[in-house]
Design a protein around this ligand. Structure first.
Ligand code: AP5
Ligand code: MG
Length: 215
């Protein structure tokens, strides 16, 4: 299966992607995690992306599309993938269509996670992620680690993302509404969108998503 996950910052895309990717045996590809890995390794791409991310702006398409394409072309993604955070505007969606068409492939579904704004603000405010791997995600009250400040999965140090500050979150939400939401209509025109509520327990939402994808 080739699936795109879409939803506002803090909706739980990364959290759900981890379970869905496992259930569906496809890799979870998060452009945000790829950028953060480049930042922690100090690559040129990471240096370029950091300023945009800290301001809550989109990293330019030239950089993002190439990075996403390289990742999708790796051998583990031959049988499908779950995209989290890509595409994030209509031109990225068009580039993805061109890329898939050239390879004789197509998307199976676009899973749209719906959550209201005051809930995403609470989720983001309490989020802690792991220094070793930013896909290891916790929350101080909703998904607390066994030991405060320590990742349950690998023992790494937990910290608050640099773009999870109040000002940057406000900008990320604006960018989501103006630049990312239009991709939902773009994909509705292709009959691909499945919308589910992302409120409730994490495992209930995973089940809701699996049921919706099976239909
Ligand atoms: P990215 O890393 O993709 O951030 P985002 O879209 O803002 O989304 P988040 O990661 O903040 O939220 P999430 O939906 O994954 O929620 P999570 O599961 O962590 O992108 C960061 C930046 O990179 C962008 O701003 C941009 O600069 C750049 N970038 C990335 N992709 C790009 C692209 N394609 N083009 C250009 N630039 C790009 O959950 C949030 C919290 O809630 C966690 O603490 C979690 O434990 C908790 N939680 C999850 N589910 C529940 C639940 N059901 N109940 C209670 N708590 C929950
Ligand atoms: Mg995420």
């Amino acid at each position: 299966m080739r699936i795109v996950l879409v939803g506002p910052p803090g909706a739980g895309k990364g959290t759900q992607a981890a379970f869905l990717a496992k259930n569906l045996s496809i890799p979870h590809i998060s452009t945000g995690d790829l950028f953060r890995a480049n930042i922690s390794q100090g690559t040129a791409l990471g240096v370029e992306a950091k300023g945009y991310m800290d301001r809550g702006e989109l990293v330019p398409d030239e950089v993002t599309i190439g990075m996403a394409k390289d990742r999708m072309e790796q051998s583990d993604a031959e049988g499908g993938f779950l995209l989290d955070g890509f595409p994030r505007n209509v031109s990225q969606a068009e580039a993805l269509d061109v890329m898939l068409k050239a390879a004789g492939m197509k998307l199976d579904a676009v899973l749209d996670l719906e959550v209201e704004e005051d809930e995403v603000v609470k989720r983001i405010a309490g989020r802690r992620i792991c220094r070793n791997d930013s896909s290891h995600v916790f929350h101080v009250s909703y998904a607390a680690p066994k030991t405060e400040g320590v990742c349950d999965k690998c023992g790494g140090e937990l910290y608050q993302r640099g773009d999870d500050t109040e000002d940057t979150v406000r900008n990320r939400l604006d960018v989501y509404h103006t630049q990312t939401e239009p991709i939902i209509d773009y994909y509705k025109a292709q009959g691909l969108v499945v919308t589910i509520s992302a409120l409730g327990e994490v495992n209930e939402i995973t089940q809701r998503a699996m049921d919706a994808l099976q239909k």
